[in-house]
Design a protein around this ligand. Sequence first.
Ligand SMILES: [Zn+2]
Length: 629
Amino acid sequence: MNFKKILNISPLALCIMPLLLLSSTFAQNRDEIKDEYKWNVNDIYSNWDEWQKGLEELEKKMNEITTLKGTLSQGPDQLLKASQMQDDLGVLSYKVYRYPQLTRDTDTRDQEVSSKLQQVQILFAKFGSATSWVNPEILQIPWDTMKMWLDDTPGLAPYRFGIEDLYRQQAHVLDEEKELLLSYNSQFNSTPSSIYSELSTSDIDFPTITLSDGEEIQVTNGNYSKVLATKRNQEDRKNTFEAHYGVFKDQENTYAAIYNAVCQRDWASARARNYGSSLEATLEGNNIPVAVYENLVNTVKANTEPLKKYQRLRKKVLGLEKYYSYDGSMPLTDFDKEYEYEDAKQWVIGSVEPLGADYQDKIKTAFSGGWLDVFENTGKRSGAYSANVYGVHPYMLLNYNKTLDNVFTLGHELGHTMHTLLANENQPFVTSSYTIFVAEVASTFNEALLLDYLLERTTDPKERISLLQQSIRAITGTFYFQTLLADFELQVHKLAEAGSPITADILSGIMEELYDTYYGDSYEKDEFLKVVWARIPHIYRTPFYVYQYATCFVSSAQLYKQVTEAESSEKEQLVDNYLNLLKSGGSNYPMKLLKKAGVDLTKPEAMMAVFDRMDDLVAQLEKEIELVK
Ligand SMILES: [Zn+2]
């Protein structure tokens, strides 16, 4: 039984995409966009009145559940009642939260909608305090009794995993009084990340610089990425990079103080709940062994050669005397084909054929049913995500503007959506949400399918180079770089645990060493780059989170290899194993589900599929480059 799950509704399906997307300057009005390209929030509630009723019902049900306080030990029927009530609340919470959240995301300027969303958030917080008694009360019931109830009460079957998991974590649940005390801190726990958000978004002031062609640009996140990916003049990239990073460098002491607060908070809550380290406390939730994290960090550190090789190749092809981090996004060829959304849609549908007709049909439904919000409009949130509404359907936000990147984002988000859909269809509510630990498996799997599908269909060497670069970037961005950050987080948290100081210089020093290990002499030394830790929101908002991009990538690469390289007699079984992983949702620990599908992340060998793929893609790229010479 996991009450926290209800409160943890994440606004996005945890995507790296927003970091990579370029923002376009020409947003249109929302009413100019055809309905077939907009999502339909009326599938959740037909209007605000209905939403208001839902909100009131949620509040009523929250009060109802408190009437069960003190009764859970009476017998399995009471426990079942509480569990089912919790499910009702959960399903309702999704709807009540998503309706204003999705609406806000299509027009972030709408203050009225924002305040409605806040209403929901306040209610959720109240719910946290009102239910702080539940877990301790369940745990008052001796395990032998509980086991008997679970064995003898068929209705409790869907809740078994959650309840067993609660007992597993018993050592870390405190008594009622202490839990209540900790719940008072729940708002305060998010303070470092809200200060970070204000400093790095609301209050940030990026300077304006003049590029070599006379164009003046403000070095915002969007323009920064755009210049790095489009301006052939290295001096332009250098100036943009330095102006952009300079803003973080100027406030590095404040950023360091915030990050210190994050690490101190993590260590304080780990100690409050009797964990040996902040990492252990974070991984314990999903029952992930600390060894998985350490295995990742150490194995990648020892296998950075394909990454260096790629950078050296880039340096040569771009004809640069000196190669810097800000040269890393520059395309290797001038290839700016525009990809129409309707084409991209057909490719995504075509590319998933190896996963069977049923999977393909479901993707078609996703495209036609008002699930997607495709194009950018004035006031719309940037980036891309897939968001679940259990009992309704998943929703996907895009800002499609015809780049190859956008084509892959489409495939990526559809992967999330299919995972959600298959889990929703095959699991009761309580075990439907899959953990973050497997969240990026389906999305990156679909990207790999899409790449191979497109490579098979084009003979244009320039397009092939673009495609290869696109997928190599996925590996450098979601695998290598995220592991580098994971390593950084671990090192700094260890400093906090040892009571050592955490200052801007110390953070930059750790970062410099990591860059040396990962990139060696394939990058020139750079004073500004070291402060990259100040501009990565994830490490402030959700510590020990980004490593999962890397472990998901590992899992996905291995599953992909299994499915695509299988003998035809085994193929069906291997596809089934993969789909069963998606259908399993959150019905067991992610390590167990992955193992069933054929992936063991405690072994260094698990990572070899990624190094091999990177090696292979770089070799293919080298060959294509020879052809266009
Ligand atoms: Zn994603």
